[in-house]
Design a protein around this ligand. Sequence first.
Ligand code: F3S
Length: 99
Amino acid sequence: MAYVVTEPCVGCKITYCAAACPVEAFREGKDYLVIDPDICINCNDCLRECPVNAIFPEDEVPVMWKDWIVLNAKESKKFPMINDLKKPLLDKDCNIKEL
Ligand code: F3S
């Protein structure tokens, strides 16, 4: 089981998660990040860092975002690795709890 990035990341892409990941499991798409489930060690570091609560353990992904489990698995094999902070995208109202 791995952690999963979900819909709230889209258009926000704050990248705190990627900088916190100790095993370089994050991959960068244009509007959001995903996690490679073959690399994730379920350490919880990314989940704590995301200010929009976009990351869930696979078995706790809300029903409306379940398709993100497969999306993370597939797209993580195509996207480039990201392991550091980038300027947040923030091209929508991200309802950030802290930044
Ligand atoms: Fe997205 Fe949250 Fe990471 S918005 S890029 S999952 S810190």
